[in-house]
Design a protein around this ligand. Structure first.
Ligand code: ATP
Ligand code: MG
Length: 267
């Protein structure tokens, strides 16, 4: 199983949209996918059609050792992905985790036992560099960083890169930056194009080839509880996330062996 954290401490940059649509895209291409909603906002949970208000067990219970993956996990009603859903309870976990042993590794420990069941686990991180995000980074093999190509995007990036380096040094030697994903891209904007070029110059092949355009259909999909790639598959945004799924699966095969290979051809 490849475990990827979708992280950026900036709010509203497209983490959840990326997590949900990448999960759905990978599932559409026959991969077994687990989506982990690590954000108390519960947007990824709602985005795949699970009602966060009616959860009997959530990621909160899993992280605190009060429930198992099996008890928390749900099948998304809209697509063939399993979800570890979340609601506001998780905000409390931040405080309660502090006194527990292996507080930064609880998600990793929980996922470890299910490594054989999935090709990909995608972790939707909250917009902070908190203990929750730390759990995401400790559990992951790699980080996918969605970014808007605007002036302030680069400013926060160094904080995130430093955090990833620290986690790599102290907790998780597997962790690396898989790539930067340009999202909500406006090809007509000079600034977008400039920042995009700058990213390519600084980060080279760590910048994914796929660029996700700003697309209203992607923004409409969550209110229907359906991933954008299923809501309107022909829309430009959906097409971009389908392409991103293919690009990531290919990179995963090249970089880390080929766990998805045995499931190829499934649908
Ligand atoms: P948070 O930090 O609050 O968790 P986030 O980083 O997860 O936010 P999203 O919730 O994915 O960001 O996106 C923020 C808003 O932008 C949402 O309303 C979403 O629908 C919209 N959005 C995301 N990507 C696109 C896109 N490519 N085109 C148009 N709208 C988008
Ligand atoms: Mg989010």
């Amino acid at each position: 199983m490849h475990i990827f954290a979708i992280a950026n401490q900036k709010g509203g940059v497209g983490k959840t949209t990326t997590a949900v649509n990448l999960a759905a895209a990978l599932a559409l291409s026959g991969h077994r996918v687990l989506l982990v909603d690590l954000d108390p906002q519960g947007n990824a949970t709602m985005g795949v059609g699970i009602d966060k208000r009616t959860l009997s067990k959530s990621l909160y219970h899993l992280l605190l050792g009060l429930a198992s993956v099996r008890e928390v996990r749900q099948r998304a009603p809209t697509c063939a992905i399993d979800v570890l859903p979340t609601n506001r309870d998780l905000a409390g976990a931040e405080v309660e985790l502090v006194d527990l042993p292996r507080r930064e590794s609880r998600l990793k420990d929980a996922l470890l036992a299910h490594a054989e069941a999935y090709d990909f686990a995608l972790i939707d991180c909250p917009p902070s560099l908190s203990l929750l995000t730390l759990n995401g980074l400790c559990a992951a093999h790699g980080v996918i960083i969605p970014m808007q190509c605007e002036y302030y995007a680069l400013e926060g990036l160094s904080d995130l890169v430093n955090t990833i380096k620290q986690v790599h040094r102290h907790f998780n030697r597997d962790l690396k930056i898989i790539g930067l994903l340009r999202v909500m891209f406006d090809p007509r904007s000079m600034l977008s194009n400039q920042v995009s070029l700058e990213l390519e110059t600084h980060f080279g092949d760590k910048v994914f080839k796929t660029v996700v355009p700003r697309n209203v259909r992607l923004a409409e999909a969550p209110s229907h509880g359906v991933p954008g790639v299923l809501f309107d598959r022909s829309a430009k945004g959906a097409q971009a996330y389908l392409a991103f799924g293919a690009e990531l699966a290919e990179r995963a095969r090249q970089w880390m062996g080929a766990p998805g290979a045995q499931t190829e051809g499934r649908s």
